[in-house]
Design a protein around this ligand. Structure first.
Ligand SMILES: [Zn+2]
Length: 426
């Protein structure tokens, strides 16, 4: 296997340049900038290296427009050994807003002390570059393999993945008859195998009141006071209950190894005045208050249980407050997913980590979701993990970077996993 590793090491400069080039394409999402530029760059890279390349626009998906089209790339290289299994590396090409606090150019791709800096360096253009180097090196070293290696660069992961992996899955790109193994090189650290993620349930709770003059609130009914009662019930009953729900999922960080809920926003009464407006608000009782909640749930729970828990809470408040009226609107939900540790892609990557890094992998689960949800639910493909270079905590931060040595190590792990999965005689 040393010859494969030597080949990857010899491509260090290529890996650096590839990562820098990808960072320099500012694929900001929202709104979804430069997706076509990035896909065309990848196509120009992969075509001459024997990959059949498709550029696919997810027409009509959220955010897709002629100004901001949702482009995706799927590249496939088949071995000379005939049919066999397909291993797919999926990376999202979009990056989040820059934010404040940068000391380097966010789209400069500066290389300093063995680290490449820029928005998306860690999440996840470094992972994309590492998987390309891994796939190319494997195909060059073992061109007679049976089966195929695929690489995709997809849109919109940071905003739910509907114009990216979800759409490709709907088109059949992740059906088990086409693809049998998926590795998503998200930044989970070089020695960790990420098996899946917790579930998500977003909902809006609205409490209803009755408007009246603010000097005579007894003539109205304050929706904000009703919402206050909801918050109090959450503090005293729901939050302690959530803290008591533990999971066998190895979620990182460990504080996320329980059910959690974030109150995303609360708005009640008059709308906030426009910026620059200098007048006073009028004296009214709030007729409506709205709260958005972001509940993250465990594989031991169901979405229905999570919903019922909130309905029960609202009903308890109602029983105590005669005029309490509410509506509950479900906004979004994603089931938790966790790939079996015995799944072939897990065992192959785990063995490769042990060989390359000389230590056993850590198995983790992500607190938030990523594109595995679409591969799992729409594609019905359960042999999927996230594995890639970069430190998760740096994602979405200023001065985000990826270490070159980490990228090389993870490229070796990915290439070695290909050798194992595609049963190449090394
Ligand atoms: Zn990511």
């Amino acid at each position: 296997m040393q010859s494969l590793f030597d080949l990857i090491d010899s491509r260090r400069d290529d890996l650096i340049a590839l990562t820098q080039d990808l960072i320099r394409i500012p694929t900001l999402n929202p709104p979804g900038e430069c997706y076509l530029d990035c896909c065309e760059y990848l196509a120009a890279r992969l075509k001459p290296r024997g990959f059949a390349v498709e550029l696919l626009r997810a027409h009509g998906t959220p955010g897709d427009s002629d100004k901001h089209p949702r482009w995706n790339l799927v590249a496939r290289r088949e071995g000379r050994g005939g049919p066999g299994e397909t291993v797919h590396f999926n990376s999202h090409i979009d990056v989040v807003a820059i934010g404040d606090g940068w000391t380097t150019d966010p789209f400069g791709g500066e290389l300093r002390d063995g680290k490449i800096y820029g928005r998306g360096a860690c999440d996840m253009k470094g992972g994309l570059a590492a998987s390309i180097i891994a796939a190319e090196a494997f195909c060059d070293r073992f061109p007679d393999f049976a089966g195929a290696v695929e690489i995709s660069g997809t849109a919109d992961e940071e905003t739910g993945g509907y114009g990216g992996v979800a759409w490709l899955a709907e088109q059949g790109y992740f059906s088990p008859s086409k693809v049998q193994h998926v590795i998503i090189p998200e930044p989970l650290n070089v020695d960790r195998v990420c098996l899946g993620h917790r579930g998500v349930w977003w909902a809006e709770i609205e409490t209803h009141g009755r408007i009246a003059h603010g000097s005579m609130p007894f003539l109205g009914d304050s929706a904000i006071r009703h919402m206050g009662a909801v918050v109090e019930e959450m503090e005293h009953v729901l939050y302690p209950a959530l803290a008591n729900k533990h999971t066998a999922m190895p979620v990182v960080p460990p504080q996320a190894r329980q059910s959690t809920m974030n109150i995303n926003s609360i708005h009640g009464g008059l709308p906030e005045p426009e910026p620059g407006y200098t007048g006073f608000p009028s004296a009214v009782v709030a007729h409506s208050a709205r709260m958005i909640i972001d509940r993250r749930y465990l594989i031991e729970e169901t979405g229905e249980e999570v919903r019922t828990e909130i309905v029960d809470l609202l009903e308890r408040v109602k029983a105590r407050r005669p005029d309490f009226r509410y509506t509950l609107n479900e906004l979004w939900s994603v089931s938790p997913t966790m790939t079996d540790k015995a799944a072939p892609v897990v065992t192959a990557v785990s063995k490769a980590i042990a060989t390359v890094l000389g230590r056993d992998p850590e198995y983790v689960v992500s607190p938030g979701t990523y594109d595995q949800k679409h591969i799992d639910r729409i594609g019905k493909l359960h042999n999927c993990i996230a594995y890639g270079p970069g430190i998760l905590d740096l994602a979405h931060q200023p001065d985000e970077y990826v270490g070159v040595d980490d990228m090389l190590a993870s490229a070796k792990v990915m290439a070695l996993a290909l050798v194992d999965i595609l049963k190449v005689e090394a």
